[in-house]
Design a protein around this ligand. Structure first.
Ligand code: NAD
Length: 452
């Protein structure tokens, strides 16, 4: 089975199980599975024809929200799975948004800047009738970025102005139209704090979790399990907690940097070319500078050609996942913790910063063992939360300082975590993923019922 189909099946499977557990009617479960609309578009750039999608899964809680990816493996099923998960993620984060996702089947590597601009503008012309600041709000995803959002929003605004002679062209109106896309450059209405928001949100959630453990706010049913894995002892004796981060891109680097600033000891990081282990703890900024120089984090902290255990040691990316750390942060790829390595995982907490880094089997196995796994729909929702803050600023013609954005993000993430912790506390085991899906689905269905 191809990856898109598999992703869709697994997203739907967990929704079915959750909705059944909550006792929802069959028609409601069906509505949670089927997207409201699937837009498949074919468009030309020069003499080439491309296929693109915009899938609007559910808008019970507000406008559809979700990124646009440019990738050769984009398929209807993959976009539908991602749109479905956006519905859950926005509901978990407590945002007034539903879920959507877009994509174009293309291998953009090797494209010139003008080819990329042509592709971005043509895709937006094709999906313009289906999006809008009050209806469907796209953002960047794999292989798309703020620059691409700038082309897209510019094309969108032009399109709206051509379609309707009533559109005023004052600043306020322009800002509202620009709210149709988030993840924009700051100069055209992007929000301060967006770049680091996903990593920052993950650290806020981790701190909220640690604070519950530290203060012993733990339901009795899983106190024994947590005591067995020594986690409580570490946290409650104020031991400096060790962290390993897989992936040193936007999410991994900012997670490591902000966790370091909050007093965690970052002992290992990796990228696609390898990993480095520094038992005494590394400085994420020094590591980033070294990565820029060498092209990889592997080999950083070595002296000349000597990689001494006292300073640092190059290790494989796979072995980073198996280190005896307190906290493991997969922030690169999906399915990296799976049937083949789950028994070797020694971390006591896993923060899923990438999308879907722990497979279902591994999740079950590790949760049974007492490992606390913070699910992706909560852990990496800081990005979409600040996207919401960007949208909100544009809609109200406001501009907030970075501090204001960070403070609001903190409140939002802590609130999202509390609801899920509370829900999980009613269960027999500490399963934050199950609790997150329950919270999300209950919020969506409740809104539905209020419409009926
Ligand atoms: P990115 O492209 O900036 O960074 C990815 C990093 O992973 C790079 O450092 C790359 O070298 C590394 N990597 C690739 N293969 C690896 C391997 N085999 N072992 C170790 N490292 C490897 O991407 P990003 O924006 O940081 O996103 C990372 C993950 O987080 C993705 O799953 C993404 O979907 C998810 N995510 C990102 C955001 C966001 O706001 N950027 C939001 C939510 C979820």
């Amino acid at each position: 089975m191809d990856t898109g189909k598999k992703m869709l099946e697994s997203a739907q499977d967990i929704i079915i199980k959750t909705a059944n557990r909550l006792g929802f009617r069959e028609d409601m479960v069906k509505r949670l599975l089927e997207p409201n609309a699937i837009h498949e578009v074919n468009f030309s750039v020069g003499n080439k024809i491309y296929k693109g999608f915009r899938i609007q899964h559910n808008n019970n809680l507000g406008p559809y929200k979700g990124g646009i990816r440019f990738h050769q493996n984009v398929s209807r099923e993959e976009v539908q799975a991602l749109a479905t998960l956006m519905t859950i993620k926005c509901a978990v984060a407590g945002l007034p948004y539903g879920g959507g996702k877009g994509g174009v089947v293309v291998e953009p590597k090797g494209f010139s800047e003008s080819e990329l601009e042509g592709l971005s503008r043509a895709y937006v012309r094709a999906i313009a009738p289906f999006i809008g600041q009050d209806f469907d709000v796209p953002a960047p995803d794999v292989n798309t970025n703020p620059k691409i959002m700038a082309w897209m929003v510019d094309e969108y605004v032009k399109n709206v102005k051509t379609q309707s002679s009533n559109v005023r062209s004052d600043k306020k109106q322009l800002n509202k139209l620009r709210a149709t896309f988030t993840g924009k450059p700051i100069s055209i209405g992007g929000s301060l704090g967006r770049t680091e928001a996903t990593g920052r949100g993950g650290v806020i959630v981790l701190q909220s979790l640690i604070s519950k453990l530290h203060n012993n706010v733990i339901p009795n049913s899983f106190r024994d399990l947590l005591s067995k894995n020594q986690m409580l002892k570490q946290v409650q004796h104020d031991k400096q907690l060790t962290v390993a981060v897989q992936g040193y891109g936007n999410v991994g680097y900012y997670f490591a940097k902000l966790a370091y600033e909050e007093g965690f000891k970052i002992v290992a990081v990796s990228d696609s070319k390898g990993a480095v282990l520094v038992n005494d703890g590394l400085n994420p900024d020094t590591t980033l500078n070294c990565k820029k120089e060498k092209g990889t984090v592997a080999g950083c902290y070595c002296r000349g050609s000597v990689c001494d255990i006292r300073f640092g040691r190059t290790i494989s990316s796979e072995s980073l996942l198996e280190l005896p750390v307190d906290i493991l942060v997969p922030a690169a790829l999906e399915n990296v913790i799976n049937e083949t390595n789950m028994k070797k995982i020694q971390a006591k907490i896993i923060v899923e910063m990438a999308n879907g880094p722990v497979t279902e089997e591994a999740y079950e196995y590790l949760t049974e063992k007492g490992v606390i796994i913070v699910p992706d729909v909560l852990a990496n929702s800081g990005g979409v939360s600040v996207s919401y803050l960007e949208w909100y600023q544009n809609m109200r013609n406001e501009r907030w300082s970075e501090n204001e954005v960070n403070e609001k993000l903190k409140i939002m993430m802590e609130k999202a975590f509390s609801a899920i912790w509370e829900k999980a506390s009613g269960h027999k085991r500490l399963d934050l993923k199950r609790a997150a899906f329950e919270v999300a689905i209950e919020r969506i269905v409740k809104k539905w019922q209020s419409h009926v």
